[in-house]
Design a protein around this ligand. Sequence first.
Ligand SMILES: [Zn+2]
Length: 369
Amino acid sequence: MEPIVEPVIFTEDTFDVHFHCSRKHDIEETIELYTRIMKLIGLKKFMILCAAFHSPTKFNYDTNLKSACVKREMSPNVYVSASFKHNLDNSIETEANSLLKQTEEYYQAGFDGMKMLEAHPTLSKYVGMMCSERFSKAFAFLEENNIPILMHVADPRKAWDKSKCTPWELEHNRFYDESLPTFDECIDDIMDLMKKYPKLNLCLAHGGFLWEDTEKSKFEKFLGDYENTSVDLAGGPGCYFAQDPDFFIPFITKYQDKFIYGSDTYNSAPYDYANWEYDIQYRPRCARDSFAGDKKNYDYAGDKYDGMNLPKSVCRKVFYDNAIKKWGETPRKIDENWLMKELEWNEKFYAEHEFKSADLKKMRKLLEK
Ligand SMILES: [Zn+2]
Protein backbone atom coordinates (compact mmCIF):
# COMPACT_ATOMS: atom_id res chain seq x y z
CA MET A 1 0.00 0.00 0.00
CA GLU A 2 1.02 3.59 -0.57
CA PRO A 3 2.24 5.60 2.46
CA ILE A 4 -0.32 7.69 4.34
CA VAL A 5 -0.55 11.23 3.05
CA GLU A 6 -1.08 14.37 5.13
CA PRO A 7 -4.72 15.06 6.18
CA VAL A 8 -6.38 16.85 3.32
CA ILE A 9 -9.83 17.92 4.57
CA PHE A 10 -9.80 18.88 8.25
CA THR A 11 -7.05 20.52 10.24
CA GLU A 12 -9.19 21.26 13.32
CA ASP A 13 -10.82 18.74 15.70
CA THR A 14 -13.50 16.87 13.78
CA PHE A 15 -15.99 14.19 14.85
CA ASP A 16 -17.84 12.31 12.10
CA VAL A 17 -20.95 10.60 13.53
CA HIS A 18 -21.91 8.69 10.39
CA PHE A 19 -19.57 5.82 9.48
CA HIS A 20 -20.56 2.32 8.38
CA CYS A 21 -18.91 -1.07 8.67
CA SER A 22 -19.64 -3.20 5.60
CA ARG A 23 -19.17 -6.95 5.65
CA LYS A 24 -16.96 -6.76 2.56
CA HIS A 25 -13.78 -6.58 4.63
CA ASP A 26 -12.73 -8.63 7.60
CA ILE A 27 -11.90 -7.13 10.98
CA GLU A 28 -8.17 -6.73 10.29
CA GLU A 29 -8.65 -4.99 6.94
CA THR A 30 -11.44 -2.88 8.42
CA ILE A 31 -9.27 -1.53 11.23
CA GLU A 32 -6.48 -0.80 8.77
CA LEU A 33 -8.86 1.02 6.43
CA TYR A 34 -10.44 3.11 9.18
CA THR A 35 -7.00 4.09 10.43
CA ARG A 36 -6.02 5.24 6.95
CA ILE A 37 -9.29 7.12 6.49
CA MET A 38 -8.86 8.97 9.79
CA LYS A 39 -5.37 10.08 8.82
CA LEU A 40 -6.31 10.99 5.30
CA ILE A 41 -9.39 13.07 6.19
CA GLY A 42 -7.93 14.45 9.43
CA LEU A 43 -10.58 13.01 11.77
CA LYS A 44 -10.19 12.97 15.53
CA LYS A 45 -13.21 10.78 16.26
CA PHE A 46 -15.89 8.85 14.40
CA MET A 47 -18.94 6.74 15.16
CA ILE A 48 -19.91 3.48 13.48
CA LEU A 49 -23.61 3.01 12.85
CA CYS A 50 -24.52 -0.69 12.90
CA ALA A 51 -27.24 -2.10 10.67
CA ALA A 52 -28.19 -5.67 11.53
CA PHE A 53 -31.48 -5.56 9.59
CA HIS A 54 -31.32 -4.65 5.89
CA SER A 55 -34.29 -6.55 4.44
CA PRO A 56 -36.52 -9.43 5.56
CA THR A 57 -33.97 -11.84 4.05
CA LYS A 58 -30.74 -9.98 4.79
CA PHE A 59 -29.63 -10.04 8.41
CA ASN A 60 -26.17 -9.01 9.45
CA TYR A 61 -26.09 -10.32 13.02
CA ASP A 62 -22.35 -9.90 13.63
CA THR A 63 -22.38 -6.14 12.96
CA ASN A 64 -22.66 -5.08 16.65
CA LEU A 65 -19.82 -7.44 17.59
CA LYS A 66 -17.53 -6.43 14.74
CA SER A 67 -18.06 -2.69 15.33
CA ALA A 68 -17.48 -3.19 19.07
CA CYS A 69 -14.17 -4.94 18.25
CA VAL A 70 -13.15 -1.89 16.18
CA LYS A 71 -14.13 0.41 19.05
CA ARG A 72 -12.02 -1.65 21.46
CA GLU A 73 -8.98 -1.67 19.16
CA MET A 74 -9.16 1.98 18.15
CA SER A 75 -9.96 3.32 21.62
CA PRO A 76 -10.54 6.09 22.59
CA ASN A 77 -11.59 7.54 19.24
CA VAL A 78 -14.34 5.23 17.98
CA TYR A 79 -17.95 5.25 19.16
CA VAL A 80 -20.59 2.69 18.16
CA SER A 81 -24.37 2.89 17.88
CA ALA A 82 -25.79 -0.65 18.13
CA SER A 83 -28.64 -2.03 16.04
CA PHE A 84 -31.56 -4.33 16.83
CA LYS A 85 -31.88 -7.96 15.88
CA HIS A 86 -35.47 -8.48 14.74
CA ASN A 87 -37.41 -11.71 14.52
CA LEU A 88 -40.24 -11.26 12.04
CA ASP A 89 -41.94 -14.52 13.12
CA ASN A 90 -42.47 -13.37 16.71
CA SER A 91 -45.65 -11.76 18.01
CA ILE A 92 -45.56 -7.98 18.45
CA GLU A 93 -45.59 -8.38 22.23
CA THR A 94 -42.60 -10.75 22.20
CA GLU A 95 -40.73 -8.37 19.92
CA ALA A 96 -41.54 -5.33 22.07
CA ASN A 97 -40.02 -7.14 25.06
CA SER A 98 -37.04 -8.30 23.02
CA LEU A 99 -36.24 -4.79 21.76
CA LEU A 100 -36.43 -3.44 25.31
CA LYS A 101 -34.09 -6.20 26.52
CA GLN A 102 -31.67 -5.53 23.68
CA THR A 103 -31.65 -1.78 24.38
CA GLU A 104 -30.74 -2.46 28.03
CA GLU A 105 -28.15 -5.07 27.04
CA TYR A 106 -26.32 -2.89 24.49
CA TYR A 107 -26.27 0.08 26.79
CA GLN A 108 -24.89 -1.96 29.70
CA ALA A 109 -22.34 -3.53 27.33
CA GLY A 110 -20.91 -0.08 26.61
CA PHE A 111 -22.39 0.97 23.27
CA ASP A 112 -22.82 4.71 22.84
CA GLY A 113 -26.42 4.62 21.69
CA MET A 114 -28.69 3.00 19.09
CA LYS A 115 -28.75 3.20 15.30
CA MET A 116 -32.13 2.63 13.68
CA LEU A 117 -32.49 2.04 9.98
CA GLU A 118 -36.00 0.71 10.66
CA ALA A 119 -37.72 4.01 9.75
CA HIS A 120 -36.58 3.52 6.16
CA PRO A 121 -39.73 2.72 4.13
CA THR A 122 -38.39 -0.61 2.82
CA LEU A 123 -37.95 -1.80 6.43
CA SER A 124 -40.90 -0.17 8.20
CA LYS A 125 -43.00 -2.10 5.68
CA TYR A 126 -42.01 -5.22 7.69
CA VAL A 127 -41.49 -3.98 11.26
CA GLY A 128 -44.14 -1.26 11.33
CA MET A 129 -43.92 2.46 11.92
CA MET A 130 -41.90 3.99 14.75
CA CYS A 131 -45.07 4.79 16.71
CA SER A 132 -46.22 1.16 16.63
CA GLU A 133 -46.40 -1.17 19.63
CA ARG A 134 -43.25 -3.09 18.62
CA PHE A 135 -40.99 -0.14 19.49
CA SER A 136 -42.91 1.42 22.39
CA LYS A 137 -41.04 -0.16 25.33
CA ALA A 138 -37.63 0.44 23.76
CA PHE A 139 -38.39 4.13 23.07
CA ALA A 140 -39.74 4.64 26.59
CA PHE A 141 -36.47 3.24 27.99
CA LEU A 142 -34.32 5.27 25.57
CA GLU A 143 -36.17 8.46 26.52
CA GLU A 144 -36.00 7.80 30.24
CA ASN A 145 -32.24 7.19 30.14
CA ASN A 146 -31.47 9.91 27.59
CA ILE A 147 -29.70 7.42 25.29
CA PRO A 148 -28.90 8.90 21.86
CA ILE A 149 -30.52 7.34 18.78
CA LEU A 150 -29.27 7.98 15.27
CA MET A 151 -32.18 7.19 12.95
CA HIS A 152 -32.54 7.02 9.19
CA VAL A 153 -36.08 8.10 8.27
CA ALA A 154 -37.57 8.20 4.74
CA ASP A 155 -35.33 8.86 1.71
CA PRO A 156 -35.24 11.64 -0.93
CA ARG A 157 -38.77 12.56 -1.97
CA LYS A 158 -38.08 11.72 -5.60
CA ALA A 159 -37.73 8.02 -4.67
CA TRP A 160 -41.55 7.88 -4.68
CA ASP A 161 -41.79 9.32 -8.20
CA LYS A 162 -40.92 6.75 -10.85
CA SER A 163 -40.42 9.39 -13.55
CA LYS A 164 -37.65 11.02 -11.47
CA CYS A 165 -35.69 7.83 -10.76
CA THR A 166 -32.60 6.99 -12.81
CA PRO A 167 -32.26 3.55 -14.47
CA TRP A 168 -29.72 2.62 -11.77
CA GLU A 169 -32.20 3.57 -9.02
CA LEU A 170 -34.99 1.56 -10.65
CA GLU A 171 -32.72 -1.46 -10.99
CA HIS A 172 -31.59 -1.24 -7.35
CA ASN A 173 -35.08 -0.93 -5.83
CA ARG A 174 -34.74 2.75 -5.06
CA PHE A 175 -38.22 3.49 -6.37
CA TYR A 176 -40.89 3.10 -3.69
CA ASP A 177 -44.34 2.08 -4.90
CA GLU A 178 -47.69 2.22 -3.10
CA SER A 179 -46.91 -0.95 -1.09
CA LEU A 180 -44.56 1.21 1.02
CA PRO A 181 -45.36 4.10 3.37
CA THR A 182 -45.22 7.45 1.55
CA PHE A 183 -42.60 10.16 2.19
CA ASP A 184 -45.09 12.19 4.25
CA GLU A 185 -46.21 9.15 6.24
CA CYS A 186 -42.57 8.45 7.19
CA ILE A 187 -41.98 12.05 8.30
CA ASP A 188 -45.31 12.37 10.12
CA ASP A 189 -44.56 9.15 12.01
CA ILE A 190 -41.46 10.86 13.45
CA MET A 191 -43.40 14.01 14.30
CA ASP A 192 -45.90 11.78 16.19
CA LEU A 193 -43.06 9.88 17.85
CA MET A 194 -41.74 13.17 19.26
CA LYS A 195 -45.22 14.01 20.59
CA LYS A 196 -45.23 10.63 22.36
CA TYR A 197 -41.65 10.89 23.69
CA PRO A 198 -40.85 14.64 23.78
CA LYS A 199 -37.49 14.19 25.53
CA LEU A 200 -36.24 11.53 23.10
CA ASN A 201 -32.55 12.07 22.26
CA LEU A 202 -33.09 11.67 18.53
CA CYS A 203 -30.70 12.62 15.73
CA LEU A 204 -32.04 12.15 12.19
CA ALA A 205 -29.50 11.08 9.57
CA HIS A 206 -29.26 13.03 6.30
CA GLY A 207 -31.07 15.99 7.82
CA GLY A 208 -34.07 13.65 8.18
CA PHE A 209 -34.85 14.74 4.60
CA LEU A 210 -36.83 17.46 6.39
CA TRP A 211 -35.14 19.99 4.09
CA GLU A 212 -37.19 18.47 1.24
CA ASP A 213 -40.31 20.03 2.75
CA THR A 214 -40.64 23.36 0.90
CA GLU A 215 -42.33 25.16 3.80
CA LYS A 216 -39.70 23.80 6.24
CA SER A 217 -42.36 23.90 8.96
CA LYS A 218 -41.69 20.31 10.04
CA PHE A 219 -37.93 20.97 10.12
CA GLU A 220 -38.59 24.02 12.33
CA LYS A 221 -40.97 22.05 14.58
CA PHE A 222 -38.68 19.04 14.93
CA LEU A 223 -35.68 21.14 15.98
CA GLY A 224 -37.51 23.97 17.72
CA ASP A 225 -40.14 22.20 19.85
CA TYR A 226 -38.00 19.48 21.44
CA GLU A 227 -34.86 19.90 23.52
CA ASN A 228 -32.94 16.74 22.52
CA THR A 229 -33.47 16.62 18.75
CA SER A 230 -30.79 17.09 16.08
CA VAL A 231 -29.87 16.15 12.51
CA ASP A 232 -26.70 14.97 10.81
CA LEU A 233 -25.32 16.20 7.48
CA ALA A 234 -24.52 12.80 5.95
CA GLY A 235 -24.69 12.47 2.20
CA GLY A 236 -25.92 15.41 0.27
CA PRO A 237 -27.86 17.73 2.62
CA GLY A 238 -24.78 19.72 3.64
CA CYS A 239 -24.61 20.78 0.02
CA TYR A 240 -28.33 21.14 -0.49
CA PHE A 241 -28.46 23.57 2.43
CA ALA A 242 -25.91 25.62 0.51
CA GLN A 243 -28.30 25.85 -2.44
CA ASP A 244 -30.72 27.88 -0.36
CA PRO A 245 -28.42 30.15 1.69
CA ASP A 246 -31.13 32.79 2.32
CA PHE A 247 -33.10 30.26 4.30
CA PHE A 248 -30.35 28.06 5.70
CA ILE A 249 -27.76 30.56 6.96
CA PRO A 250 -30.18 32.04 9.53
CA PHE A 251 -31.78 28.62 10.17
CA ILE A 252 -28.48 26.86 10.90
CA THR A 253 -27.32 29.83 12.97
CA LYS A 254 -30.55 29.65 15.00
CA TYR A 255 -30.20 25.88 15.54
CA GLN A 256 -26.40 25.77 15.65
CA ASP A 257 -26.49 23.34 18.59
CA LYS A 258 -28.53 20.83 16.57
CA PHE A 259 -26.58 20.26 13.36
CA ILE A 260 -23.96 17.51 13.57
CA TYR A 261 -21.36 16.57 11.02
CA GLY A 262 -21.59 13.10 9.44
CA SER A 263 -20.39 11.85 6.07
CA ASP A 264 -21.74 8.30 5.40
CA THR A 265 -18.23 6.85 4.98
CA TYR A 266 -17.66 3.11 4.58
CA ASN A 267 -14.68 0.86 5.19
CA SER A 268 -14.23 0.64 1.41
CA ALA A 269 -11.07 -0.67 -0.14
CA PRO A 270 -8.25 1.16 -1.87
CA TYR A 271 -8.26 -1.18 -4.87
CA ASP A 272 -7.40 1.73 -7.08
CA TYR A 273 -5.53 3.97 -4.69
CA ALA A 274 -5.96 7.30 -6.49
CA ASN A 275 -9.73 6.91 -6.92
CA TRP A 276 -10.22 5.58 -3.43
CA GLU A 277 -8.60 8.63 -1.94
CA TYR A 278 -10.76 10.90 -4.06
CA ASP A 279 -13.98 9.01 -3.19
CA ILE A 280 -13.28 9.00 0.54
CA GLN A 281 -12.67 12.77 0.52
CA TYR A 282 -15.68 13.63 -1.62
CA ARG A 283 -18.45 13.93 0.98
CA PRO A 284 -16.31 15.38 3.80
CA ARG A 285 -15.04 18.01 1.38
CA CYS A 286 -18.59 18.88 0.33
CA ALA A 287 -19.73 19.32 3.96
CA ARG A 288 -16.67 21.42 4.81
CA ASP A 289 -16.94 23.62 1.72
CA SER A 290 -20.70 24.16 2.10
CA PHE A 291 -20.53 25.13 5.76
CA ALA A 292 -17.13 26.64 6.36
CA GLY A 293 -16.07 27.65 2.85
CA ASP A 294 -16.62 30.77 0.77
CA LYS A 295 -15.85 29.12 -2.57
CA LYS A 296 -18.35 29.95 -5.32
CA ASN A 297 -19.83 27.62 -7.87
CA TYR A 298 -18.23 24.36 -6.80
CA ASP A 299 -19.44 21.05 -8.12
CA TYR A 300 -21.09 18.29 -6.08
CA ALA A 301 -22.59 15.30 -7.90
CA GLY A 302 -23.15 17.42 -11.00
CA ASP A 303 -24.82 20.41 -9.27
CA LYS A 304 -23.21 23.78 -8.46
CA TYR A 305 -23.03 25.34 -5.00
CA ASP A 306 -21.66 28.38 -3.15
CA GLY A 307 -20.14 27.97 0.30
CA MET A 308 -22.28 29.44 3.13
CA ASN A 309 -19.19 30.69 4.98
CA LEU A 310 -20.80 30.22 8.40
CA PRO A 311 -19.01 31.78 11.40
CA LYS A 312 -16.11 29.78 12.83
CA SER A 313 -17.91 29.39 16.17
CA VAL A 314 -20.90 27.74 14.42
CA CYS A 315 -18.65 25.41 12.37
CA ARG A 316 -16.76 24.38 15.49
CA LYS A 317 -20.05 23.24 17.05
CA VAL A 318 -21.27 21.43 13.92
CA PHE A 319 -18.01 19.62 13.20
CA TYR A 320 -17.04 18.73 16.77
CA ASP A 321 -18.62 20.21 19.90
CA ASN A 322 -22.24 19.15 19.31
CA ALA A 323 -21.25 15.49 18.89
CA ILE A 324 -19.02 15.59 21.98
CA LYS A 325 -21.88 17.09 23.97
CA LYS A 326 -24.20 14.29 22.88
CA TRP A 327 -21.87 11.24 22.90
CA GLY A 328 -19.23 12.33 25.42
CA GLU A 329 -15.57 13.32 25.38
CA THR A 330 -14.59 9.64 25.40
CA PRO A 331 -16.59 6.65 24.17
CA ARG A 332 -18.22 4.37 26.76
CA LYS A 333 -16.10 1.35 27.67
CA ILE A 334 -17.09 -1.89 25.98
CA ASP A 335 -17.61 -4.84 28.34
CA GLU A 336 -15.13 -7.70 27.70
CA ASN A 337 -17.59 -10.33 28.97
CA TRP A 338 -20.25 -9.13 26.57
CA LEU A 339 -17.75 -9.31 23.68
CA MET A 340 -16.93 -12.97 24.43
CA LYS A 341 -20.58 -13.92 24.91
CA GLU A 342 -21.57 -12.21 21.65
CA LEU A 343 -18.63 -13.83 19.83
CA GLU A 344 -19.74 -17.29 20.98
CA TRP A 345 -23.33 -16.60 19.92
CA ASN A 346 -22.13 -15.57 16.44
CA GLU A 347 -19.74 -18.53 16.15
CA LYS A 348 -22.68 -20.88 16.68
CA PHE A 349 -24.98 -18.92 14.38
CA TYR A 350 -22.48 -18.66 11.51
CA ALA A 351 -20.83 -22.09 11.91
CA GLU A 352 -21.91 -23.04 8.38
CA HIS A 353 -21.00 -19.71 6.80
CA GLU A 354 -17.47 -19.69 5.37
CA PHE A 355 -16.81 -15.94 5.06
CA LYS A 356 -18.35 -15.10 8.43
CA SER A 357 -16.56 -17.84 10.33
CA ALA A 358 -13.19 -16.80 8.88
CA ASP A 359 -13.86 -13.23 10.07
CA LEU A 360 -15.05 -14.48 13.48
CA LYS A 361 -11.81 -16.45 13.87
CA LYS A 362 -9.90 -13.20 13.40
CA MET A 363 -12.13 -11.46 15.95
CA ARG A 364 -11.45 -14.25 18.46
CA LYS A 365 -7.70 -13.89 17.89
CA LEU A 366 -7.99 -10.16 18.48
CA LEU A 367 -10.09 -10.50 21.65
CA GLU A 368 -7.84 -13.18 23.15
CA LYS A 369 -4.60 -11.28 22.63
ZN1 LIG B 1 -25.57 5.88 6.27
